[in-house]
Design a binder for this molecule. Structure first.
Ligand code: S3P
Length: 457
């Protein structure tokens, strides 16, 4: 199946097989049985396989690639740069790479909703001697891009943005030289952008992280034999110049996405005695801080690693057994390791006894929506007691979850899914608006929610 067909299919998928643009879902309370689940492939890793296989020599086979809008858009962009990609009937993706070269696409490339797609692709484009315009949907058009413009221009690319520092972004790439760059914010997207551009630079590029963030790019580059070194907070890559690296095609295995598993683990955590087991899920420590939070709140967590020591990523089985939860505090170096799970932590805060405090999470305000403001509004509309802070929030529970108003997702997939989990604990059915956004990362979400016993219509 061609990538464009896969993308069209995902856009239209919902529980009833209807067109989902602007659709609402009603989630009924109760019913959640727990059980054993598998979740679709990791979004971060899927983006990176599309990029790396896309610039390799030969055809790579990828098991478990996430067929959701974000990653399919990245794949489509790689096709515009000269790669070829197709899915077989079992969902295995083949990518015939460009051998390092990037051809100049005709017209602007729209990467949809994905900040990861945008920032990682920008890194590659900056390295090649081409001019490319990248754009995205309304949400992506409001997200900050100066954070990648600065390092890419220091390396020698020219990057044009709107006066607000947003996309559309036009990159005039090529002729890069390596730099030493200290990231002003902890961001794996910006780090990866610099590393990918660094592959096309003359000399060495070194990035220094203020706090460790997810390291999928580093692990994957090591696996393809790239000259990458990690020493404490410093990550260095030796450039190949603008002809690009000569990586060989290889097989990739994408584990299940921990951030998707998190919804089911959180639901179980807040139900005493109920358990959820997720198999073949990514367990990279830079992604799984939610498990520490669940333990601190009182849930039981069991982990069995099934990956081999030689696998680039750690994966395995995780089980969470629910309990009466108590509030906790999250902040500091823990934040990047559960950044995408923070809306769920807020939900758990509403269900737990006492205060749950989220601090040092100002980055949440520049995700697919302002997740601090949007979660505060939605939690309040469902009866929770929440105080908004510039860098997070304080939720006091347990709340009686009464849907005074419907939930507004603001087009943010993680808000829609997190609020669906809270709806299981409500006194009445909850209407969640504009849920088409869930297709960006987890098209099977509603089906799996219903398989776990929750009535969804
Ligand atoms: C991602 C990094 C995170 C995360 C995003 C995926 C990645 O963003 O929120 O969903 O794949 O590198 P930041 O690195 O900007 O915090």
């Amino acid at each position: 199946m061609a990538v464009s067909t896969a993308l069209k299919n995902k856009r239209r998928l919902d529980v009833n097989g209807m067109d989902v643009q602007m659709q609402t879902q009603i989630v009924h309370p109760g019913g959640f049985t727990g059980g054993v689940v598998r979740v679709p492939g990791d979004k971060s890793i899927s983006h990176r396989t599309a990029l790396l296989a896309g610039i390799s020599s030969g055809t790579s086979e990828i098991q478990g690639f996430l067929q959701a809008e974000d990653c399919l858009n990245t794949l489509k962009a790689m096709e515009a740069f000269g790669a070829r990609a197709w899915f077989d009937d079992d969902g295995v993706l083949s990518i015939q790479g460009t051998g390092g070269k990037m051809i100049e696409p005709v017209g602007p490339l729209d990467v949809g909703n994905s900040g990861t797609g945008m920032r990682l692709l920008a890194g590659l484009c900056a390295g090649a001697p081409i001019t490319v315009t990248l754009t995205g949907d309304e949400s992506l058009q409001s997200r900050p891009m100066r954070r990648i413009q600065e390092p890419l221009e220091l390396m020698g690319a020219k990057v044009e943005l709107t006066p607000e520092g947003t996309v559309p972004m036009t990159i005039h790439g090529g002729g890069l030289r390596g730099i030493e760059y200290r990231l002003p914010t902890a961001s794996a997207q910006v780090k990866s952008c610099c590393i990918l551009a660094g592959l096309y630079a003359e000399g060495r590029t070194t990035v220094r992280e203020p706090i460790p963030t997810r390291d999928h790019t580093e692990r994957m580059l090591r696996a393809v034999g790239a000259p990458i070194r990690v020493e404490g907070e410093y990550i260095s890559v030796e450039g190949f110049g603008q002809r690009g690296p000569r990586f060989m095609a290889r097989p990739y295995m994408v584990p299940g996405d921990f951030s998707s598993a998190a919804y089911w683990l959180a639901a179980a955590a807040a139900m005493p005695g109920v358990s959820v087991t997720v198999e073949s899920v990514g367990l990279n420590l830079r992604r799984t801080a939610l498990l520490d939070v669940l333990r601190r709140m009182g849930a039981k967590v069991e982990i069995v690693r099934t990956s081999a020591p030689t696998d680039p990523e750690v994966y395995g089985t995780v089980t969470v057994i629910g309990a009466d939860l108590t509030g906790t505090r999250v902040g500091g170096a823990e934040i990047p390791n559960l950044i995408d799970e923070l809306p769920l932590v807020a939900v758990l805060g509403a269900l737990a006894r006492g205060q749950t405090e989220i601090r040092d999470a100002e980055e949440l305000r520049v995700k697919e929506s302002d997740r601090v403001a949007v979660m505060v509004e939605n939690l309040r509309n469902l009866g929770a007691e929440v105080e908004e802070r510039p860098d997070g929030m304080v939720v006091t529970g347990p709340a009686r979850i009464t849907p005074a108003k419907s939930v507004r997702s603001y087009g943010d997939h993680r808000v829609a899914m997190s609020m669906s989990i809270l709806s299981i604990f409500a006194t009445e059915p909850v209407c969640i608006g504009n849920v088409a956004c869930v297709n960006t990362s987890y098209p099977e979400f509603w089906e799996q929610l219903s398989n776990l016993g929750v009535k969804v219509e």
